[in-house]
Design a protein around this ligand. Sequence first.
Ligand code: PAF
Length: 291
Amino acid sequence: MITAPDIHAISTFVTEQKQAGRTIAFVPTMGALHAGHLDLIRVARTEADIVIVSVFVNPTQFGPNEDFSAYPRTLDDDLRQCEQAGAAAVFCPEKEELYSATSYIGFELSGLGDHLCGAARPGHFNGVIQIVNKLFNIVKPDVAVFGQKDIQQFRILEVMAHEFNHDIRIIMGRTVRAADGLALSSRNRYLTREERIIAPALFSTLQETSHALQQLPAATNVAAQIQNLLEGAAARLNSAGFRTDYVQCVRYNDLQPPHTFEAREIYVLAGAAFLGKARLIDNLLFTLLQP
Ligand code: PAF
């Protein structure tokens, strides 16, 4: 495996691979790798001849009061894990390699950023689009794999790839969970032992709520019932010890809240909640049980 600290090194590697006729699958990460990332690399290996991973804690997707400086940085361990997982190269640039002092261009997300983390973290997805566009242009992959845990990010990047004509297949990797259901996340390491015991309640609350949502009738205005179920879920999380940021239900396609449920439409039930210093997110995709 090669470690590429700058654009020149990764571009040379990419050119060589393309000249040899190899296809490239790409797994962008912010490092602090865990079994969830390794599963994305595993999926990536099935989709192309070689896998390139990037490790870069992207400053532009963090808000002023967020955890950019505290975000775990474990590059040596990340490189070891990437090598063991069968990655061919890791692109791990410094900030100055990717950003000049000023950026003059932003992205308009329209409705895709109105809800979920887009509403709770203003500017976050602008930063994600900015960095993933850069990485796509540098790594020039055939396929890119992103996890379902960041479902809004996934949908936005799917749309971005389409609208910006990146000739890249965007593939969703599953959410990998601990035995008690907690979605693996680099931010789980902020949890104290007591908080770690409470943390799986985010997933179990989403599971119960999605079962209830799935029972609602199709093609009928169910906005009030949805609202009741979402408020009940937030109240359950708060009484378990979380500070709920949101529990929301949106259509997968346009990330807008539904008033009616329709057959064949895919919905997202997503939650974000603070436990001490950690902001945990999770989601489930569902369709109606009886359309
Ligand atoms: O999901 C992440 O880790 C980041 O948002 C990403 C896609 C690597 C962009 O910095």
